[in-house]
Write a protein that binds this ligand. Structure first.
Ligand code: OFO
Length: 171
């Protein structure tokens, strides 16, 4: 079992991960509408990964005898100005998610809930990668001078991303 507080925090995070999927799908749609189909692919895969992050939390709550609750997912702000705007919003969003994961881990430590700490460790590592990826997109486009040629080059590179399901040992 886990505490009611931890159950509720995990359910909140499951919703936040689904929100991330929703947000990235909105970005994928924006790229598709601009014919930047490589980035559309990249963000669609990003959304799939976020859905995995959410369902891994659902699976964990069920394994430890807690309830999986399906909370309301708010609509993302889908007004994007440019690829750079999207990359910056991606980094900003991932930094917020890192803070959420840190809050969860902090609560698990306070409660001496060792199995939840072990479960959350995967998310702690994942956030390093998520922030690194978003920073990489921003830096690369900056190096290219935020130019159209740079965007097209990066779009071709983003087209090569393939979906790999997240694998995690829970409990
Ligand atoms: Fe983007 O890592 Fe989950 O939310």
């Amino acid at each position: 079992m886990i505490s009611k507080k931890m159950e509720s925090m995990l359910n909140e995070q499951m919703k936040n991960e689904f929100f991330s999927a929703y947000f990235y799908l909105a970005m994928a749609a924006w790229f598709s509408s601009k014919n930047l189909n490589g980035f559309a692919n990249w963000y669609r895969i990003q959304a799939q990964e976020e859905r995995d992050h959410a369902t891994m939390i659902m699976d964990y709550t069920l394994r430890v005898g807690a309830n999986a609750e399906f909370l309301t997912i708010e609509a993302p702000d889908a007004n994007f100005a440019s690829p750079m705007d999207i990359f910056e919003k991606t980094l900003e969003h991932e930094q917020k998610v890192t803070a959420m994961i840190n809050d969860l881990m902090g609560a698990a430590i306070d409660e001496r809930d060792f199995k939840t700490q072990q479960f959350l460790q995967w998310y702690v590592s994942e956030q390093v990668e998520e922030e690194e990826n978003a920073t990489g997109l921003i830096e690369k486009l900056r190096i290219a001078g935020n130019s159209e040629a740079g965007i097209l080059y990066m779009d071709a590179e983003a087209a090569t991303r393939v979906y790999t399901p997240a694998v995690q040992a829970t409990t």
